[in-house]
Ligand binder design. Structure first.
Ligand code: CA
Length: 299
């Protein structure tokens, strides 16, 4: 899995109307009382350009901001329909430019050159934070017509990415990438039964589901199935995972790298920061033991 992507808006002229329009023009007839509160205005055919990830991102290229034409694929066609409605409503032309793994550099060079060709960027978290630091992005709170309190903005992302009284990037319903990148944990019921292990659902309900418990259960079921003395793909593993799962478990456990102080700047290192060095080592070691690349970790 991948850390949820941040949708980064880089407005160039205060005409950021295309952001809050996901539901516009759809067949949704339910009146939620929610409106984007964007004034009717004719932008005389002005362009609004998304800067998106290209095929270098394999399964994570952007597919939710722009569609060239309808092709029968549901997401593509929904995007096309949404953009068409917005284009007609505001008399704008929605465009897309794509880039590979150097998006932050491409954006930076463009901004420094005064080109202002990108209006909104869909970049990975690392690129977003670099772009925020090098001055490529606007503070979303300063952009006209973006109301970050609306429910289509991810309030957790707004809160966690807020720094120094500014928010340079966040997540919203415009993207499905963060939903595609949601972490989930499954378990093998037969292995649990065969090993007379506790029911994970009950452990969760009773607030007893911990990293220690998961580790203990995983060790119980892991064994050298083919008896060759080493653990390989042909054996029974208590956990299979990939590297980024470490981060997911870290954050899902309520941990944060830092928390802002009253002035809105990183001021404390929440639970990890308050814990002793010994405790921090313990947590890190456990996460590494469980999720790490060591092939023998559960042997
Ligand atoms: Ca083996």
């Amino acid at each position: 899995m991948v850390i949820p992507f941040a949708g980064c808006a880089s407005d160039t002229s205060g005409k950021t109307d295309g952001e809050n329009t996901e539901s516009a023009g759809t067949a949704n007839t339910e009146d939620t009382g929610l409106t984007p509160d964007v004034p009717d205005k004719n932008y005389s055919g002005a362009s609004f350009t998304f800067f998106d990830r290209n095929e270098e991102y394999t399964g994570w290229q952007t597919i939710d901001c722009y569609a060239e034409q309808q092709n029968g694929e549901p997401i593509n066609d929904a995007v096309w329909q949404r953009n068409s409605v917005v284009e007609d409503k505001f008399n704008i032309v929605i465009k897309e430019l794509r880039s590979g793994m150097d998006m932050d550099k491409t954006l930076y060079n463009s901004v420094m050159a005064g080109e202002y060709i990108y209006d909104a960027c869909m970049m990975r978290g690392t690129h977003s934070s670099l772009a925020a630091q090098n001055g490529s992005l606007f503070d979303l709170y300063s952009v006209n017509y973006i109301d970050l309190s609306k429910p289509w903005w991810d309030q957790n992302a707004n809160s966690d990415f807020y720094i120094g009284g500014k928010l340079y990037f966040t997540c919203s319903d415009i993207s499905i990438s963060d939903k595609d990148g949601s972490w989930a944990m499954g378990f093998n019921k037969r292995l649990l039964e065969d090993n007379s292990l506790e029911n994970p659902y009950d452990l969760v309900k009773n607030n007893l589901w911990t990293i220690d418990k998961m580790y203990e259960m995983a060790k119980t079921v892991s064994y050298d199935l083919d008896g060759d003395g080493i653990m390989t793909k042909d054996d029974v593993w208590g956990i299979t995972a990939e590297g980024y799962d470490t981060y997911a478990m870290f954050f899902a456990g309520g941990e944060r790298i830092f928390k802002n102080n009253a002035e809105g700047y990183p001021g404390s290192f929440s639970r990890l920061g308050k814990s002793s060095k010994k405790e921090r080592c313990f947590i890190t070691r456990h996460l590494s033991l469980i999720i790490g690349a060591n092939q023998n970790l559960l042997n």
